[in-house]
Design a protein around this ligand. Sequence first.
Ligand SMILES: Nc1ncnc2c1ncn2[C@@H]1O[C@H](COP(=O)(O)OP(=O)(O)OP(=O)(O)O)[C@@H](O)[C@H]1O
Ligand SMILES: [Mg+2]
Length: 255
Amino acid sequence: MDLKVENLSHWYGDLQVLRDINLTIAQGEIVCVIGPSGCGKSTFLRHLGGLEQPTEGKVLQVGEPPAGSLNPLTYVFQDFALLPWRTVEGNVSLVLEGHKLSRAEVDERITDVLARTRLSDFRQAVPKQLSGGMKQRVAIARALSVNPAVLLMDEPLSALDSQTRELLMDDLIDLWTRENFTSCYITHNLAEAVRLGHKVVVLSRRPGVIREIVEIDTPLAERSLSDPGIAAIQQALWDMMREEAQTADMELAEG
Ligand SMILES: Nc1ncnc2c1ncn2[C@@H]1O[C@H](COP(=O)(O)OP(=O)(O)OP(=O)(O)O)[C@@H](O)[C@H]1O
Ligand SMILES: [Mg+2]
């Protein structure tokens, strides 16, 4: 399934947050969205998930979700959003409970997704026994357990230290290489965008308009920040963003 955004604009009351966004997220593609603080990235992601109603334009789901999909669109957030009193298994089963699945089917899905995210040994652990990186892997496992068509990720690595971020990026690349999942991935971090994005969408400061869509052809598994081609793209993105980021920062500081 592809997600197609057509002429999307959004206002919160008098505040215009997004302007005339046109973008396709094609099946099997990771699309990273970067842009200064407050430019409308999270709002955009909520539109993709159907949690906001566009003031203008629309978001279309084109094609069928994958077999066994219980929910075409699932989220992964910065703060993991795990229930502390539930085990890893219990946190994953949370999103399976509202569906008409037998106990055996729920169990099968949990076993499968924990294996895919290399969490099988932690099935009975509770969140406080896990590192931040592991918690986020549980949140990713939970999102994948419904076989979504598109994984919507809002700064999933932002709460983690830089080493954990590196490890989780490797995990995501490994997972994508095996499964070719489809994702819209919001980040502040240009290094994440050039490691993970097949396309990088650069938004301007608010109201967010698409300044540029940069396509990166190098296969994810072959990318490294020390690769001159990747480093050059990262630099070009930063040049595009620097001025916007500074202006947005001053606006925030001024209240
Ligand atoms: N529910 C809401 N009602 C009114 N204004 C809102 C609402 N949600 C967000 N905003 C405003 O809309 C703008 C865009 O917010 P959004 O959270 O989408 O930006 P963002 O790019 O994700 O920011 P950040 O980089 O800080 O995560 C901000 O000015 C924010 O204050
Ligand atoms: Mg945000």
